[in-house]
Design a protein around this ligand. Sequence first.
Ligand SMILES: Cc1cc2nc3c(=O)[nH]c(=O)nc-3n(C[C@H](O)[C@H](O)[C@H](O)COP(=O)(O)O)c2cc1C
Ligand code: SF4
Length: 654
Amino acid sequence: MYENLLEPIDLGPARIPNRIFNPPHGTTLGSEGVVTDNLIAYHEARARGGVGLIILEGMAFHPSFEFESAYLNAGRDTIIPGLKKLARGCREHGTSVFGQLFHAGRAVRYTHDGSKPLIYSPSDIPDDRYRVVPRPMPNEMVWEVIDSYAKAAVRLAEADLDGVEILASMGYLIAQFLNPATNRREDEFGGSFENRLRFLRETVTQTRKAIGQGKALGIRITLDEKTETALDPDEVIRICSALEEDDDLDYFSVIAGSSSSPGSWIHVFPPMAIPHAYVADDAARLKNAVSKPVLVAGRINQPQTASEILSDGKADMIGMARALIADPEFVNKVTQNKSDHIRACIGCNQACVGHRLTHHAISCIQNPRTGREQLFQNIQPSQSTKTVMVIGGGPGGMKAAVTAAEHGHRVVLFEQQARLGGQVNLAELLPGRAEFGGVTTNLVHELERNSVEVCLNSTVSSETINEFEPDTIIVATGAVTRLPEVEVNDVELVHAWSVIQRHKKIGQNVVIADWACDWTGLGVAHKLAQEGHHVRLLSGASIPGESIPGIVRDQWIGELQSLNVELINFARFFGAQDRTAFFQHMINGEPIICENVDTIVSCYAPQSNRGCDWLFESTGTHKRPTLIEIGDALIPRTVEEAVLDGFQAAWSLQ
Ligand SMILES: Cc1cc2nc3c(=O)[nH]c(=O)nc-3n(C[C@H](O)[C@H](O)[C@H](O)COP(=O)(O)O)c2cc1C
Ligand code: SF4
């Protein structure tokens, strides 16, 4: 159906078998600056899944920008053997591999030993996101860095990669040189358009000279940085046109956003609140101005969207970073005309970006094998077929059921409610979070495809167990709400979940007592403020949403600010009396008093649903099944851990 996605394309000397590429993305799967077997397994899974081109994560290459040990370092020959093995492994599946060279300039906070590092940029313009004042890069160092790009590119070529990409986008070092807001230099690298372009132009020219014509060479560039101080998109197009005249480049890869402010940074990893394919029009603008292929990425998670971009002539290749993190088999499914089997990425940024930004190996809330490919090799049918009973149809229970069925077990899933999904059914009701429901949609399709017997509106009794005689019972009963043990008089105290489900009528003046500091407090504040309530969000942390990845939280805080939600931090709920809610500052112990309160919404700690504890005492059957608790039934956490637990529990049955 999407034949245009499956047409080959030439990026200079590199013939790519189809139009889908895996854009560069830090995985935290390297070690000591080199490629590990885990990283190879990660990329081989995507190559096996049919992607035409993998552009490896940004690699450091010069001592003026160093990062954590998991970060690949192309500044040393030690990078070559692992890269070679990785490229060979991917090429066996017909996939080309390029490497990306990356220098962050002033956009870095990482430290090796706890002391703040020496950071370089074209000029000493303070960075709003990292809050650093960089040292202007000395002229001789600028030339040295340019030379290092070329030398690092040679290492990538020696490792048999098919091409090299230079990151000139997202407000990092090269973009800092291009932009007069961050480049106030008075040498040959600052001032006029030609001078600001010199760093990139010299890098491209010298890199091409170093790697010759046998390897592809491209740049990644941002048309719209989404900041006040961004380079004008017309100037970016002028830059690309000037580089095209030099004839050293084989492609341009377009992306949005910048590392230079918290707001623009969100666009580097666009969350579900940002429309699909929203960079495609930027790519189209550039494509009108240049003749070389234009690549684009950014919230493209469905083949029809990708296919439309190609048929509308907006770009030549479609990048899917998170779409392939969620489903490495994406391209194979398109090829086999099974697009409805694709496990679409929902843009939650939880286990991919969330892990990356906390220096952990990336994964996916929907696909726990991501980042753990070595641990969980391909699914093999089990030697002995078991009967598996799963109690609870939230994401953890569904994942357990699907995985057990994939291993060839007979699986029956019981859900007390009329609908599968558990807490996902709450999360998707929040403003801008409808796509979260994709977790359920994807899993329901997987249950159907794997012929799992699903019993809705069903509780499990000893009779049920006698009837099915399960070998294993997976208890995935989730969590239930509880309210804090404090005195509340003359003002209504309701739990956030009932607010989301509209089970309670909410007064005009709302105080949210947010113990959890996760999506619930932020989401309920957003919902109620949008509906016209006056909302005060009192969180028990230094910032609301402290328990969720910063990039998800920050976008939400921006929304709350626009809706005039009052944010008060470090607040522990103490009780309420006569329309007044009492909190205590968690640091200095002083009272925080909120007057004129109609409703208090509690986001207090949920507790594991112990409704199936009787199973652990006696099942009443002649044969005692193995019992495994997972997800919130074990301890309340997030959908990520529920799915991981479910997957692991079912995997252990092999
Ligand atoms: C975990 C993660 C790490 C990333 N690291 C890089 C990187 O090293 N270099 C780069 O150019 N882009 C990086 N990106 C941005 C992606 O290449 C891509 O542009 C972005 O994720 C949007 O595409 P998507 O919606 O298909 O995920 C990263 C993205 C993710 C999710
Ligand atoms: S964790 Fe969320 S954003 Fe990341 S790949 Fe999975 S579904 Fe997509």
